[in-house]
Structures are given as C-alpha cells and as structure tokens.
Design a protein. Sequence first.
Length: 222
Amino acid sequence: MAYSVQVINNSGAAQYIAIFLADASGGNESSLVWMVNGTNNGGGVSFSWDPTDFRLGWGSTPQPLDTNVLFTTGQPPVAVFPSTLGGYNVLPVQHNQYGFSSGNPYNKSSIFNKLEITTDSSFTVSDAANMAVALYVEQYPALAMQGAPNTFYYFDVAQISWYLTVTDFAQGVALPRMSNSSNSRFFSVSGSSMSTPVKIAFGSGSTDLKYMLNGNLNFLQI
C-alpha cells in the first residue's frame, strides 16, 4: 500500500511544503516536520510513502523537547506491526554507561492498533533531559515525546492524520501544538513560520491526491 500527494505551487513565490502527522486522540506528542520539499513558483513537489511502515525509536535533542527543537535519531528505529496478530508492538528503551539504547522489541497481546515504548529505572529524569522517544513512518521521525524513566508511551496509530503546511521549520523539528478549535491554527513562533495546515483528505480507496497552493497559501484539492 502506498499514499502519494502532489502539490503544485501557484502561490507567487518559492515555498517549502511539508507534511506532518498529528494524533487526533489529543495525546501529548509533538508533531515533527516529517517530510519537506522546496519548489519555485509554478513548480511542484511530490511525496509518497507506505502508511503501514511504522517504526519506534529514540533520539536526542539539544534541550528538552519543545517547539522549534530538533529531534535527532539516536540509533536506527525498529520496525513494528500494530495491526498484525503477534507482531512486535512494544520497544523498551534503557540506559547504561554508554548511553541510551533500544532493547529487543516484543508483542503485547493486550494492545491492538497501538504502539508502546517503555522505559525503566536505569536512568534519571536529569539523564533524560535531552532524550526523546519517537514514532517513525518509514525512516522519518513523525511524533515524539520527552524521555523519562519508568514511563509507558503510547501511540494510537488509528488516530493518526496527515497534514500539509508551508513552513521554514526544518525536517525533524518539533512544530507548535495544534489548537482544539475548528480552525486548527498553530501558535506563532518567533523566528519561524508555518501556514494554517490542511488535513490530507484520503477517502475510502483514495491513495493519490493532488493539491494546488494558491496565493493565500491555501491548499486546494484538484
């Protein structure tokens, strides 16, 4: 299975167009810039991905995870299978004298369509100040949460939606939190910007969508 999105830039200027993920269940995940491509006015960008290719992992941040903070992968993420009976859906993360590391993934039969990262007491809150755990789609980190000891982190993949935006945030940077209002606008951030996001409307059986970005920085499905 593959999704694809094409955007034609008719905004009147060169733009960086990004896709990010958000969890509709209202969890405390930070959405990261997942994929981003630049295009001149009159050009276009294309994105394609396998929406079932989930992975779990951890990484580092230059400061505690917050808006405009870059998440950097610590070690290759581990493939997980939230909708497969008996498939890996849990990843432990621990710490030793060499730093943080992923343990062996395993299956927890009590969860379905969800993924879990667990941490233990091998480290302290201070040790984890610059560590975060993340859900990946394909090889790119998409949703991240601040690391902490003795914690269970849940990602409800059934609640994930995809969004388009125009932004100067770099790939892997944490975006401002979306509000719960019907307009779904973001808070402003000094030194960076992003347009009001639009939810990518994959319908039943729809996997290929095309949008036009107009002069108001609205994404119009065509």
